[in-house]
Design a protein around this ligand. Structure first.
Ligand SMILES: Nc1ncnc2c1ncn2[C@@H]1O[C@H](COP(=O)(O)OP(=O)(O)OP(=O)(O)O)[C@@H](O)[C@H]1O
Ligand code: SF4
Ligand SMILES: [Mg+2]
Length: 336
Protein backbone atom coordinates (compact mmCIF):
# COMPACT_ATOMS: atom_id res chain seq x y z
CA UNK A 1 0.00 0.00 0.00
CA UNK A 2 1.32 3.46 -0.79
CA UNK A 3 0.70 6.44 1.44
CA UNK A 4 -2.27 8.43 0.24
CA UNK A 5 -5.57 9.93 1.24
CA UNK A 6 -7.02 6.57 2.16
CA UNK A 7 -4.33 5.97 4.79
CA UNK A 8 -5.49 7.03 8.26
CA UNK A 9 -2.65 5.71 10.42
CA UNK A 10 0.96 5.66 9.24
CA UNK A 11 3.66 4.32 11.55
CA UNK A 12 7.25 4.84 10.40
CA UNK A 13 10.30 3.11 11.88
CA UNK A 14 8.76 3.05 15.35
CA UNK A 15 11.02 2.10 18.23
CA UNK A 16 10.02 1.72 21.84
CA UNK A 17 13.04 1.04 24.02
CA UNK A 18 12.95 0.84 27.80
CA UNK A 19 15.98 1.53 29.96
CA UNK A 20 15.85 -1.01 32.78
CA UNK A 21 17.80 -2.14 35.82
CA UNK A 22 20.79 -0.62 37.42
CA UNK A 23 23.65 -3.02 37.87
CA UNK A 24 26.31 -2.75 40.54
CA UNK A 25 27.96 0.16 38.80
CA UNK A 26 24.76 1.78 37.61
CA UNK A 27 24.83 -0.22 34.38
CA UNK A 28 21.53 -0.06 32.58
CA UNK A 29 20.31 -2.28 29.82
CA UNK A 30 17.82 -1.57 27.07
CA UNK A 31 14.69 -3.59 26.36
CA UNK A 32 14.03 -3.22 22.64
CA UNK A 33 10.28 -3.88 22.87
CA UNK A 34 9.58 -2.39 19.43
CA UNK A 35 12.59 -2.08 17.19
CA UNK A 36 11.83 -0.48 13.85
CA UNK A 37 8.23 -1.12 12.85
CA UNK A 38 6.44 0.50 9.90
CA UNK A 39 2.90 -0.02 8.65
CA UNK A 40 -0.09 1.84 7.31
CA UNK A 41 -3.76 1.39 8.03
CA UNK A 42 -6.41 2.38 5.51
CA UNK A 43 -9.31 4.47 6.73
CA UNK A 44 -12.28 2.26 7.64
CA UNK A 45 -10.23 -0.95 7.72
CA UNK A 46 -8.92 -3.19 10.48
CA UNK A 47 -5.21 -3.86 10.81
CA UNK A 48 -4.30 -6.81 13.00
CA UNK A 49 -1.10 -7.46 14.92
CA UNK A 50 -0.32 -11.00 16.07
CA UNK A 51 2.71 -12.58 17.71
CA UNK A 52 3.80 -14.40 20.84
CA UNK A 53 3.69 -12.86 24.29
CA UNK A 54 6.40 -10.23 24.66
CA UNK A 55 6.79 -9.58 20.92
CA UNK A 56 5.90 -5.91 21.38
CA UNK A 57 2.22 -5.72 20.39
CA UNK A 58 1.00 -3.73 23.38
CA UNK A 59 4.03 -1.47 23.21
CA UNK A 60 3.03 -0.51 19.66
CA UNK A 61 -0.54 0.14 20.81
CA UNK A 62 0.54 2.30 23.72
CA UNK A 63 3.07 4.21 21.60
CA UNK A 64 0.45 4.96 18.93
CA UNK A 65 -1.86 6.13 21.74
CA UNK A 66 0.97 8.35 23.04
CA UNK A 67 0.78 6.56 26.39
CA UNK A 68 4.40 5.35 26.14
CA UNK A 69 7.47 7.32 25.21
CA UNK A 70 8.41 6.84 21.58
CA UNK A 71 12.18 6.29 21.28
CA UNK A 72 12.30 6.77 17.53
CA UNK A 73 10.04 7.07 14.53
CA UNK A 74 6.86 8.85 13.60
CA UNK A 75 3.15 8.25 13.90
CA UNK A 76 0.77 10.12 11.61
CA UNK A 77 -3.00 10.18 12.00
CA UNK A 78 -4.43 11.61 8.83
CA UNK A 79 -2.37 14.71 8.17
CA UNK A 80 -1.29 15.13 11.80
CA UNK A 81 1.98 13.87 13.18
CA UNK A 82 0.68 12.79 16.57
CA UNK A 83 4.14 11.63 17.64
CA UNK A 84 5.27 15.28 17.56
CA UNK A 85 2.44 16.71 19.69
CA UNK A 86 2.70 17.62 23.35
CA UNK A 87 0.56 19.33 25.99
CA UNK A 88 -2.68 20.97 24.88
CA UNK A 89 -2.13 20.16 21.22
CA UNK A 90 -1.92 16.45 22.09
CA UNK A 91 -4.94 16.68 24.41
CA UNK A 92 -7.01 18.27 21.65
CA UNK A 93 -6.15 15.52 19.20
CA UNK A 94 -6.80 12.68 21.68
CA UNK A 95 -10.48 12.57 20.84
CA UNK A 96 -9.48 11.29 17.38
CA UNK A 97 -7.82 8.13 18.73
CA UNK A 98 -9.12 6.03 21.58
CA UNK A 99 -8.26 2.69 23.09
CA UNK A 100 -10.05 -0.41 24.35
CA UNK A 101 -7.92 -2.46 26.74
CA UNK A 102 -8.12 -6.16 27.50
CA UNK A 103 -9.51 -6.06 30.99
CA UNK A 104 -12.97 -4.51 31.34
CA UNK A 105 -12.73 -4.93 35.13
CA UNK A 106 -9.59 -2.83 35.45
CA UNK A 107 -10.76 -0.27 32.89
CA UNK A 108 -13.75 0.97 34.90
CA UNK A 109 -13.79 2.72 38.25
CA UNK A 110 -15.87 0.42 40.53
CA UNK A 111 -17.25 3.40 42.47
CA UNK A 112 -18.52 5.24 39.42
CA UNK A 113 -21.91 4.67 37.79
CA UNK A 114 -21.67 3.56 34.16
CA UNK A 115 -23.38 6.73 32.94
CA UNK A 116 -20.91 8.91 34.82
CA UNK A 117 -17.99 7.05 33.23
CA UNK A 118 -19.39 8.05 29.83
CA UNK A 119 -20.18 11.61 30.92
CA UNK A 120 -16.65 12.00 32.30
CA UNK A 121 -15.23 11.05 28.91
CA UNK A 122 -17.58 13.50 27.15
CA UNK A 123 -16.62 16.27 29.59
CA UNK A 124 -12.90 15.51 29.46
CA UNK A 125 -12.85 15.70 25.69
CA UNK A 126 -15.34 18.57 25.65
CA UNK A 127 -17.68 16.82 23.25
CA UNK A 128 -20.64 18.91 22.08
CA UNK A 129 -22.79 21.14 24.24
CA UNK A 130 -22.73 20.16 27.97
CA UNK A 131 -26.54 20.08 28.13
CA UNK A 132 -26.65 17.48 25.35
CA UNK A 133 -24.18 15.08 26.94
CA UNK A 134 -26.65 12.96 28.98
CA UNK A 135 -28.58 12.32 25.77
CA UNK A 136 -25.33 11.42 24.00
CA UNK A 137 -24.57 8.92 26.82
CA UNK A 138 -28.00 7.30 26.29
CA UNK A 139 -27.33 7.11 22.56
CA UNK A 140 -23.92 5.48 23.12
CA UNK A 141 -25.49 2.90 25.42
CA UNK A 142 -28.10 2.03 22.81
CA UNK A 143 -25.46 1.83 20.08
CA UNK A 144 -23.40 -0.62 22.11
CA UNK A 145 -26.35 -2.86 22.95
CA UNK A 146 -26.93 -1.64 26.51
CA UNK A 147 -30.18 -0.24 27.92
CA UNK A 148 -30.40 3.43 28.96
CA UNK A 149 -31.74 2.47 32.40
CA UNK A 150 -28.43 0.68 32.98
CA UNK A 151 -26.64 4.06 32.98
CA UNK A 152 -27.43 4.26 36.70
CA UNK A 153 -25.73 0.97 37.58
CA UNK A 154 -22.24 0.36 38.95
CA UNK A 155 -19.68 -1.79 37.12
CA UNK A 156 -20.15 -4.81 39.43
CA UNK A 157 -23.80 -4.97 38.35
CA UNK A 158 -22.75 -5.81 34.79
CA UNK A 159 -21.37 -9.00 33.27
CA UNK A 160 -17.85 -9.00 31.78
CA UNK A 161 -19.25 -8.69 28.27
CA UNK A 162 -21.49 -5.79 29.25
CA UNK A 163 -18.58 -4.04 30.93
CA UNK A 164 -16.57 -4.27 27.76
CA UNK A 165 -19.55 -2.67 25.97
CA UNK A 166 -19.37 0.24 28.44
CA UNK A 167 -15.64 0.55 27.72
CA UNK A 168 -16.41 0.57 24.00
CA UNK A 169 -19.17 3.17 24.48
CA UNK A 170 -16.72 5.34 26.39
CA UNK A 171 -14.08 4.96 23.69
CA UNK A 172 -16.63 6.01 21.05
CA UNK A 173 -17.89 8.98 23.08
CA UNK A 174 -15.89 11.55 21.11
CA UNK A 175 -16.52 9.94 17.73
CA UNK A 176 -12.89 8.87 17.22
CA UNK A 177 -11.46 7.97 13.84
CA UNK A 178 -9.08 5.31 15.17
CA UNK A 179 -9.82 2.78 17.90
CA UNK A 180 -6.81 0.84 19.16
CA UNK A 181 -7.99 -2.49 20.57
CA UNK A 182 -5.50 -4.49 22.64
CA UNK A 183 -6.88 -8.00 23.15
CA UNK A 184 -10.41 -6.59 23.45
CA UNK A 185 -12.16 -9.95 23.91
CA UNK A 186 -9.55 -12.24 25.42
CA UNK A 187 -10.85 -11.69 28.97
CA UNK A 188 -14.38 -12.66 27.91
CA UNK A 189 -16.06 -16.06 27.77
CA UNK A 190 -15.78 -17.60 24.34
CA UNK A 191 -19.57 -17.53 23.95
CA UNK A 192 -19.59 -13.77 24.52
CA UNK A 193 -16.56 -13.02 22.33
CA UNK A 194 -18.42 -13.40 19.03
CA UNK A 195 -21.17 -11.00 20.13
CA UNK A 196 -18.61 -8.37 21.06
CA UNK A 197 -16.65 -8.82 17.83
CA UNK A 198 -19.78 -8.59 15.72
CA UNK A 199 -20.83 -5.45 17.61
CA UNK A 200 -17.42 -3.97 16.82
CA UNK A 201 -17.86 -4.81 13.14
CA UNK A 202 -21.33 -3.22 13.06
CA UNK A 203 -20.04 -0.07 14.74
CA UNK A 204 -17.15 0.06 12.30
CA UNK A 205 -19.61 -0.01 9.40
CA UNK A 206 -21.93 2.53 10.98
CA UNK A 207 -19.25 5.09 11.89
CA UNK A 208 -16.47 4.36 9.41
CA UNK A 209 -14.12 3.42 12.26
CA UNK A 210 -10.56 2.29 11.72
CA UNK A 211 -9.27 -0.39 14.09
CA UNK A 212 -5.75 -1.29 15.10
CA UNK A 213 -6.53 -4.72 16.46
CA UNK A 214 -4.18 -6.74 18.62
CA UNK A 215 -4.88 -10.34 19.51
CA UNK A 216 -3.03 -13.56 20.07
CA UNK A 217 -6.10 -15.47 18.85
CA UNK A 218 -5.64 -16.17 15.16
CA UNK A 219 -9.28 -17.13 14.68
CA UNK A 220 -10.35 -13.75 16.05
CA UNK A 221 -7.83 -11.91 13.87
CA UNK A 222 -9.01 -13.77 10.81
CA UNK A 223 -12.62 -12.84 11.58
CA UNK A 224 -11.88 -9.16 12.15
CA UNK A 225 -8.91 -7.97 10.13
CA UNK A 226 -8.36 -6.83 6.56
CA UNK A 227 -4.58 -6.80 6.87
CA UNK A 228 -2.35 -8.53 9.40
CA UNK A 229 1.21 -8.05 10.63
CA UNK A 230 3.10 -10.83 12.40
CA UNK A 231 5.51 -9.61 15.09
CA UNK A 232 8.59 -11.39 16.36
CA UNK A 233 10.85 -9.85 18.99
CA UNK A 234 10.01 -6.24 18.25
CA UNK A 235 9.90 -6.49 14.44
CA UNK A 236 7.29 -7.27 11.81
CA UNK A 237 8.38 -10.45 10.03
CA UNK A 238 5.42 -10.73 7.66
CA UNK A 239 2.57 -8.48 6.61
CA UNK A 240 -0.17 -9.15 4.10
CA UNK A 241 -3.87 -8.99 3.37
CA UNK A 242 -5.85 -11.38 5.55
CA UNK A 243 -6.70 -13.90 2.85
CA UNK A 244 -3.14 -14.13 1.50
CA UNK A 245 -1.62 -14.42 4.94
CA UNK A 246 -3.93 -17.16 6.14
CA UNK A 247 -4.01 -19.08 2.88
CA UNK A 248 -0.32 -18.77 2.08
CA UNK A 249 1.90 -17.74 4.99
CA UNK A 250 5.51 -17.40 3.81
CA UNK A 251 7.70 -16.61 6.80
CA UNK A 252 8.87 -19.69 8.74
CA UNK A 253 7.70 -18.09 11.99
CA UNK A 254 4.20 -17.44 10.62
CA UNK A 255 4.05 -21.04 9.40
CA UNK A 256 4.96 -22.23 12.87
CA UNK A 257 2.34 -19.99 14.51
CA UNK A 258 -0.34 -21.13 12.11
CA UNK A 259 0.51 -24.79 12.46
CA UNK A 260 0.22 -24.55 16.24
CA UNK A 261 -3.14 -22.76 16.24
CA UNK A 262 -5.83 -24.97 17.75
CA UNK A 263 -8.63 -22.88 16.26
CA UNK A 264 -7.72 -23.77 12.70
CA UNK A 265 -8.99 -26.56 10.59
CA UNK A 266 -6.18 -29.16 10.78
CA UNK A 267 -6.06 -29.38 6.96
CA UNK A 268 -5.27 -25.67 6.86
CA UNK A 269 -2.67 -25.49 9.58
CA UNK A 270 0.60 -24.64 7.86
CA UNK A 271 -0.89 -26.41 4.84
CA UNK A 272 -0.89 -29.71 6.66
CA UNK A 273 2.73 -29.54 7.73
CA UNK A 274 3.24 -29.25 11.46
CA UNK A 275 6.17 -27.14 12.51
CA UNK A 276 6.98 -27.32 16.15
CA UNK A 277 8.59 -24.21 17.56
CA UNK A 278 11.51 -25.04 19.80
CA UNK A 279 12.33 -22.96 22.84
CA UNK A 280 11.38 -19.44 23.81
CA UNK A 281 12.01 -16.24 21.90
CA UNK A 282 15.28 -14.56 22.91
CA UNK A 283 15.12 -11.66 25.35
CA UNK A 284 14.53 -8.23 23.83
CA UNK A 285 17.48 -7.09 25.97
CA UNK A 286 19.89 -9.28 24.04
CA UNK A 287 18.62 -9.15 20.51
CA UNK A 288 20.65 -11.60 18.44
CA UNK A 289 22.59 -10.43 15.41
CA UNK A 290 21.15 -11.33 12.03
CA UNK A 291 17.66 -12.78 11.80
CA UNK A 292 16.00 -12.66 15.21
CA UNK A 293 14.25 -15.96 14.51
CA UNK A 294 17.40 -17.86 13.51
CA UNK A 295 17.76 -19.69 16.85
CA UNK A 296 14.37 -21.37 16.36
CA UNK A 297 14.10 -21.54 12.59
CA UNK A 298 14.28 -24.93 10.83
CA UNK A 299 15.59 -23.23 7.68
CA UNK A 300 18.39 -21.16 9.28
CA UNK A 301 21.72 -20.97 7.47
CA UNK A 302 24.94 -19.06 8.08
CA UNK A 303 23.76 -15.96 6.24
CA UNK A 304 20.71 -15.78 8.52
CA UNK A 305 22.91 -15.26 11.57
CA UNK A 306 25.07 -12.69 9.80
CA UNK A 307 22.53 -10.28 8.32
CA UNK A 308 19.15 -9.10 9.52
CA UNK A 309 16.59 -9.60 6.72
CA UNK A 310 14.55 -6.58 5.62
CA UNK A 311 10.82 -6.73 4.90
CA UNK A 312 10.50 -7.16 1.14
CA UNK A 313 7.41 -7.36 -1.02
CA UNK A 314 7.33 -10.92 -2.37
CA UNK A 315 3.88 -10.82 -3.93
CA UNK A 316 1.55 -7.86 -4.35
CA UNK A 317 0.97 -6.44 -0.85
CA UNK A 318 2.68 -9.45 0.77
CA UNK A 319 5.82 -8.46 2.70
CA UNK A 320 8.24 -10.94 4.23
CA UNK A 321 11.50 -10.51 6.17
CA UNK A 322 13.43 -13.71 5.46
CA UNK A 323 16.60 -14.37 3.46
CA UNK A 324 15.37 -17.74 2.32
CA UNK A 325 11.92 -16.75 1.15
CA UNK A 326 12.48 -15.87 -2.45
CA UNK A 327 9.94 -15.36 -5.16
CA UNK A 328 9.40 -19.11 -5.15
CA UNK A 329 8.45 -19.26 -1.45
CA UNK A 330 10.45 -20.83 1.37
CA UNK A 331 12.40 -24.03 0.76
CA UNK A 332 9.98 -27.01 0.71
CA UNK A 333 7.07 -24.64 0.44
CA UNK A 334 6.79 -23.29 -3.07
CA UNK A 335 4.58 -20.39 -4.03
CA UNK A 336 1.78 -21.21 -6.37
N1 LIG B 1 7.46 -0.56 31.00
C1 LIG B 1 8.30 -1.52 30.61
N2 LIG B 1 9.56 -1.57 31.07
C2 LIG B 1 10.43 -2.52 30.65
N3 LIG B 1 10.11 -3.50 29.76
C3 LIG B 1 8.87 -3.51 29.29
C4 LIG B 1 7.89 -2.52 29.67
N4 LIG B 1 6.74 -2.79 29.00
C5 LIG B 1 6.98 -3.88 28.25
N5 LIG B 1 8.24 -4.30 28.42
C6 LIG B 1 8.89 -5.46 27.74
O1 LIG B 1 8.79 -5.20 26.36
C7 LIG B 1 8.56 -6.42 25.65
C8 LIG B 1 7.29 -6.28 24.83
O2 LIG B 1 6.19 -6.20 25.71
P1 LIG B 1 4.69 -6.03 25.20
O3 LIG B 1 3.83 -5.88 26.41
O4 LIG B 1 4.64 -4.94 24.19
O5 LIG B 1 4.42 -7.42 24.48
P2 LIG B 1 3.06 -8.07 23.95
O6 LIG B 1 3.34 -8.56 22.59
O7 LIG B 1 1.94 -7.13 24.14
O8 LIG B 1 2.87 -9.33 24.90
P3 LIG B 1 1.51 -10.03 25.45
O9 LIG B 1 1.01 -10.89 24.33
O10 LIG B 1 1.98 -10.82 26.62
O11 LIG B 1 0.55 -8.94 25.83
C9 LIG B 1 8.50 -7.52 26.69
O12 LIG B 1 9.78 -8.11 26.80
C10 LIG B 1 8.16 -6.76 27.96
O13 LIG B 1 8.68 -7.43 29.09
S1 SF4 C 1 16.14 -15.43 7.53
FE1 SF4 C 1 16.87 -17.51 7.88
S2 SF4 C 1 16.61 -17.85 10.08
FE2 SF4 C 1 15.39 -16.07 9.53
S3 SF4 C 1 13.36 -16.88 9.13
FE3 SF4 C 1 14.43 -16.82 7.16
S4 SF4 C 1 15.35 -18.84 6.92
FE4 SF4 C 1 14.78 -18.62 9.07
MG1 LIG D 1 0.18 -7.19 25.24
Amino acid sequence: MTAGDDVLLAVRDLKVHFAVGSGMFGARSTVKAVDGVSFEVRRGSTFGIVGESGSGKSSIALAVMRLLRISNGRVHLGGTEISALEGDALRRERRRFQMVFQDPYASLNPRKRAGDAILDALNLMDVGDPSGRPERARELFLQTGLRPEQLMLFPHQFSGGQRQRIVLARALAARPELVVCDEPVSALDVAIQAQMLNLMLRLQQAFGLTYLFISHDLGVVRHMCDEVAVMYLGRIVERAGRDALFARPLHPYTLALWSAAPSFDPRERGRGRRIRLQGEPPSPVNVPAGCRFAGRCPHAQAQCRAFEPELRERASGHWVACHRVDDHGVPDYPLG
